[in-house]
Design a protein around this ligand. Sequence first.
Ligand code: ADP
Ligand code: MG
Length: 257
Amino acid sequence: MSQITASTPVTAAGDDSIISMRDVSKWYGQFKVLQNVNLDVRKGERVVVCGPSGSGKSTLIRCINRLEVHQEGQILVKGLELTDNVKNIDAIRRNIGMVFQNFNLFPHLTVLENLTLGPMLTRQMKKADAEDLAMHFLGKVHIPEQAQKYPLQLSGGQQQRVAIARSLCMQPEIMLFDEPTSALDPEMIKEVLDTMIELAQSGMTMIVVTHEMGFARTVADKVVFMADGCIVESGPPEEFFGNPREPRTRAFLDQIL
Ligand code: ADP
Ligand code: MG
């Protein structure tokens, strides 16, 4: 009988990476969208990913929870390798929350129902417990009073905070954010960034694709710059902003700062 060895960690002893990408490449058809990407994220680390539109940022983070499939290289999450092995994929997804640009809330469910659905369906949590959990995290994003509303009755900033709370209800160890403030009106960006700063301060491991460089300076342990599917440069914010080494990084920063 073939035994699925899904949960056998393959990380080398002493490696404290919670996410490890080694020489990861991905193609969309003929187009090589990720080119030999290497990225390590330690537990509790906050990584900001920036770079021009089309450089592969979304693809990179979507590969980490297998919303996209890479063709070459290795992606390890908590020592488990992402392959076709469904057991591994499930185990990894249980540890990862994701927040998108467009909130992706269920419009026909109330805020509370949006938050309790996941824990009830996938964690077999009782409704009352799921509601307690949901209210806890709605408190964390400072909108407990919105629990009975429908998403479209909320502002964009509130909807994005609901989306963050919904992810947190699954109690992930890692949170991925893909341009979480890009669809927001300027006056709502701060409330979402403030929520994310609080999450970072709570010790959450985070990878955040964003062009909010103020956020990167405040929160990031490491800033990664991507262009044409490659990680061109990465480093701590002081170095990255103060003394970018690569001309492409400089050109990008000159444009957005
Ligand atoms: P970014 O998030 O940095 O803007 P993406 O990861 O979304 O970049 O996309 C990188 C490149 O891959 C772009 O050129 C984009 O057009 C292309 N691309 C993205 N998704 C697909 C897809 N599903 N099929 C084909 N090409 C894609
Ligand atoms: Mg993108």
